[in-house]
Design a protein around this ligand. Structure first.
Ligand code: ZN
Length: 293
């Protein structure tokens, strides 16, 4: 398949996949996959697949309108539901998902690398299953792990079939490295990729020393999403220019107006996760969460 490359290691092991450009404008993952290709890295065991998901969107990049290269026809990371994948939907993204799907059906562990609209601290989106959280903790970075159910607008690749099956070991992570096009995001993507290769057995611990040095990362903390806020009206406005990871101390604090409906924090110490600038009906405006042990 175009823009996907697999290597097989000398010993048995899991099939590990790292992907970039699921959103064509989110470049940090592509930069670090390029680093890995150029380093000549090969897996010690199992199979490693490196892939660029939406190359068509990436190739549409225009520096005057950089956000537009997020996708060609629709958001590729809302299509990973069996009825959609089995449908006759003809968008560029639906076609590409159907190409990738047979490969995904063989993957044990997935890391999908993204970036964000705002200069927000990085987040590992681990999904609602204990196996996702366990993989995020095995990787060890970034500092914040988000336990979440995804978006009302549709399933992400990390939510795909096998990764959402509690009876199997297959697990997937989506890392949000930081703001689009920032150098810090590239460094977060690099650290996450290297530690993911070690956590999944593709590489031994030495890879971390070689690429990142011996210092251990800071302790992680886990945030559980309590409520996604989905836009219901034509005008949705936040009361402040939130960028994400703000903690609102008191329950009942006004956050936003969705048409004439006031949106308040549902509980104390409410964490704002990835407030969006794409505030159209049916889209996720922000997700609300709380710290858990
Ligand atoms: Zn993204």
């Amino acid at each position: 398949m175009e823009y996907f490359t697999s290597y097989t290691g000398p010993e048995a092991g899991p099939h590990v996949m790292i992907t970039a450009l699921t959103h064509g404008n989110e470049l940090c993952g592509a930069v670090v996959l390029d680093m890995l290709f150029k380093s000549g890295f090969r897996p010690l065991r199992g199979r490693l697949t490196l892939g660029f998901c939406n190359a068509d969107a990436f190739h549409s990049f225009n520096r005057d309108y950089p956000i537009l290269s997020r996708f060609v026809d629709e958001d590729m990371n809302r299509l990973w539901e069996i009825p959609i994948l089995n449908s006759a939907r003809k968008t560029a993204e639906a076609r590409r998902c159907r190409e990738i799907r047979p490969l995904l059906d063989q993957v044990d562990f997935l890391l999908d690398i993204h970036s964000m609209q705002h200069p927000t601290p990085p987040l590992m989106l681990a999904g609602p299953m204990p196996k996702g959280r366990a993989l995020a903790e095995a990787v060890g970075v970034p500092e914040s792990i988000v336990i979440d159910h995804g978006h009302a607008a549709g399933r992400r690749m990390r939510d795909y079939d096998r990764f959402s099956n509690p009876m199997t070991h297959h697990a997937a992570l989506l890392v949000e490295c930081g703001q689009h096009w920032s150098k810090i995001s590239v460094e977060v993507a690099r650290q996450t990729m290297i530690r993911f290769l070690v956590a999944t057995g593709c590489a031994d611990q030495g890879l971390i020393e070689d690429w990142l040095g011996p210092a251990p990362p800071p302790a992680q903390r886990v945030i559980e999403v309590t409520a996604p806020v989905t836009v219901k009206n034509d005008t949705f406005t936040f009361v402040a220019p939130y960028i994400g990871m703000e903690v609102i101390a008191k329950a009942g604090t006004l956050l936003a107006m969705d048409g004439n409906t006031a949106i308040h924090t549902p509980h104390d110490n409410c964490v704002l996760i990835m407030p969006s600038r794409r505030l159209s009906r049916g889209q996720t405006a922000v997700r609300l969460g709380r710290f858990v042990d």
